[in-house]
Design a binder for this molecule. Structure first.
Ligand code: NAP
Length: 284
């Protein structure tokens, strides 16, 4: 029977430490980290994510500014807001909530953000820095996954890590992070042959597919660590991960639940990046 990795508890402990660091920064150096969150349109899921991020900022003492733009905002208008936020000395981090409406080119928006304020670490400069290991910011979900493993005292070096995803926000950056931590990494995707067979060779299996019950117990070898990144809303309104949790947890050594696993860590790492941005901009 698996040990359940409690992302809610671990993230609460990290946020508590961040809160103390932020209070010290304010009293000792007059630095108050700040984050601008930009949302375009009225996608309900995006609204929930933005509210969660703002609440997390409020709780630990990060100043947050919200820019809610109508869904018919033009690309030029959005880029001009990014330019303004890049210039503003009172804005340390800029986060544009994805997805954007179809008429806006997401990559041109990401590339417009000053890399030193790019707290999502999606800008090509920050992607390149992750490749070389010379990074300021780590992308939030992959950083949260590695932190969950570390906080659970799970060794990464020398382990075979199988990642089901080659997305720019999860699979590719996580693969790079795990490589930096001396894992042997296999990346799988929708064209991978023998997926179940590969999964059974994993010491650490990460699924970020976005399909409920995608990982079944026959795909997991006894003792595997299973990290479930998926967020899938069922017909009953409940959130589920990619993993058939009840059956898979009988086989694994460690497993993350959904909700309460990777999700809370993602926001926590965003807060961490906002503090890093403030320090970088203060000259540290
Ligand atoms: P995405 O861009 O659609 O990527 C999904 C990946 O899964 C792709 O690489 C895709 O392969 C692969 N895939 C799809 N069907 C497959 C199959 N049958 N066999 C093997 N691989 C398959 O999605 P995303 O934005 O990365 O998000 C993935 C999931 O993670 C979603 O549920 C999302 O909500 C969740 N998520 C959670 C957090 C969090 O904080 N917990 C953060 C980010 C994302 P191809 O490349 O070949 O299409």
């Amino acid at each position: 029977m698996a040990c359940i990795i409690d992302g809610k508890r671990i993230s609460a402990e990290i946020r508590e430490k961040l809160k103390i660091d932020i209070a010290n920064l304010k009293t000792e150096r007059g630095i108050v980290p700040s984050l601008a969150v930009v949302i375009v349109g009225d996608d309900p899921a995006s609204r929930v994510y933005v509210n969660n991020k703002k609440r997390a900022c409020d709780e630990i003492g990060i100043m947050s500014y919200e820019f809610a733009l109508p869904c018919d905002t033009s690309q030029a208008e959005l880029l001009s807001l990014i330019d303004e936020l890049n210039r503003r000395a009172d804005v340390n981090g800029i986060l544009v909530q994805m997805p954007l409406p179809a008429h806006i080119n997401e990559s041109s928006v990401i590339e417009r953000i000053n890399p030193i304020k790019d707290v999502d670490a999606f800008h090509e400069i920050n992607v390149g820095k992750l490749m070389t290991g010379n990074f300021n910011f780590l992308p939030c979900t992959p950083a949260g996954i590695v932190r969950l493993l570390d906080e659970s005292n799970i060794d990464i070096a020398g382990k075979h890590c199988v990642i089901i995803s080659r997305s720019n926000i999860v699979g590719k950056p996580l693969a790079m992070l795990m490589l930096h931590r001396d894992a042997t990494v296999t990346i799988c995707h929708s064209k991978t042959s023998n997926l179940a067979e590969i999964c059974r060779t994993a010491d650490i299996l990460v699924s970020a597919v976005g399909r409920a019950n995608f990982i079944t117990s026959d795909m997991v070898a006894p003792g595997t660590v299973v990290i479930d990144v998926g967020i899938n809303r069922g017909g009953d309104g409940k959130i589920r991960g990619d993993v058939d949790f009840e059956n898979v947890k009988q086989v694994t050594s460690y497993i993350t639940p959904v909700p309460g696993g990777v999700g809370p860590m993602t926001i926590c790492m965003l807060m961490h990046n906002a503090v890093t941005a403030a320090l970088l901009q203060s000259g540290d």
